[in-house]
Design a protein around this ligand. Structure first.
Ligand code: FES
Ligand code: CO
Length: 350
């Protein structure tokens, strides 16, 4: 019921994502009285703030007659359905049926459906199910020596996991980002690098590349990248140029549906304070537009988790580990759900 997505919900990629945090909006997009409609993993959600400003993510649905709660409003800290004015408190309990004020309110069981919501880094995060991993870390967020700039959001008619893998792929630089991140006439071989896994996700050793227009300064740089993946849809790199210059990117790709995603970027930079934000955004917009064309062209749209399905070379190591990790996360949930079903099926016999 209510699922409007195209994504096969039994797929391991989907299972790996449904109990994880995803960015769904900037914090200032949801104001006190106005609920906001968003879509995550094919589910229509409503974001709203209660009386204390706390954020909530529910299905965009009222079980009385199926109207969208996002068309309603928030009154006295409760969300009010636009159709018959029923109100719901933060626990999802119906508190008010205006046509029958004297009567007990109906049980909320099939009336509203609550998901998980949180705020961090100026972003609103949601998870469809109890999140298995914590909100990701953004190492430079608290460090005031780094200037923070929000870029995007970039809308792709492509898959979120494909777009994250693209972000983690250094061997596409000279071609997709010709004359920015590499030279197409003299593409550099990529030296071998390592991928490590710990409880915070995946991390690489340093990857060095020459870039003709490496950042907002518009100058050539020898860049040394260290990539991390903190959650399936949260990736990060620190890019070192020179002794102390650091350009860090915290990327979140919202899986709106199987072939639709939104990319939110926050960059943290400790140099070029005199350069205007437009210079940073100009280059970011260009790079992510170039990536968009390629990611939207990839077939199948979904990231293949069967290693036999595409061809891999050594420079793809991070992508390979990323696919393995997604598969593992999906498998865990698949097994857990299977056990749950078996217990349920056995129950009547006990
Ligand atoms: Fe929501 Fe009737 S449909 S109150
Ligand atoms: Co790219």
């Amino acid at each position: 019921m209510l699922y409007v997505g195209k994504w096969d919900r039994t797929g391991l990629d989907y299972l790996a994502l449904k109990n994880q945090w995803h960015v769904v909006a900037r914090v200032n997009e949801v104001v006190a009285e106005r609920p906001k409609a968003v879509k995550l993993l094919g589910e229509e959600l409503v974001l709203w703030r209660d009386g204390s400003g706390q954020i909530h993510a529910w299905k965009d649905y009222c079980g009385h007659r199926g109207a969208r709660l996002s068309l309603g409003c928030v009154r006295k800290g409760e969300i009010e359905c636009p159709y018959h004015g029923w109100r719901f408190d933060v626990e999802g309990q119906c508190t008010w049926v205006p046509a029958h004020p004297g009567q007990a309110t109906p049980s909320s069981d099939r009336l509203v459906f609550r998901h998980y919501a949180a705020e961090r880094y100026g972003l609103i995060w949601a998870s469809l199910e109890n999140p298995k991993r914590p909100l990701p870390i953004f190492p430079e967020w608290e460090n005031i020596t780094y200037r923070k700039v929000f870029a995007g959001p970039y809308h792709y008619k492509g898959n979120a996991l494909r777009s994250v893998e693209n972000f983690l792929d250094a061997s596409h630089f000279p071609f997709v980002h010709a004359n920015l991140n590499g030279d197409p006439d003299a593409p550099e071989p990529l030296k071998d690098y390592q991928v490590f896994k710990d409880e915070s996700g995946l991390h690489t050793s340093e990857i060095s590349v020459y870039q003709p227009y490496g950042d907002h300064r518009g100058i050539p740089v020898n860049a040394r990248y260290n990539y991390s993946v903190f959650n399936p849809t949260t990736a990060y790199f620190v890019k070192k140029t020179g002794e102390t210059e650091r350009f860090c990117t915290f990327l979140n790709a919202t899986p709106v549906d199987e072939a639709e995603c939104v990319i939110w970027l926050i960059v943290a930079i400790n140099f070029g304070a005199d350069l205007p934000e437009e210079k940073i955004l100009y280059r970011q917009d260009m790079v992510f537009e170039q990536d968009r064309l390629v990611v939207e062209s990839q077939r199948p749209a979904r990231l293949p988790l069967d290693m036999q399905q595409e061809m891999h070379v050594r420079s793809d190591r991070l992508g390979i580990e990323y696919r393995r990790w997604i598969k593992e996360l999906g498998d865990e949930l698949h097994v857990a759900e299977h056990e749950l079903t078996s217990v349920g099926a056995d129950a009547p016999l006990n």
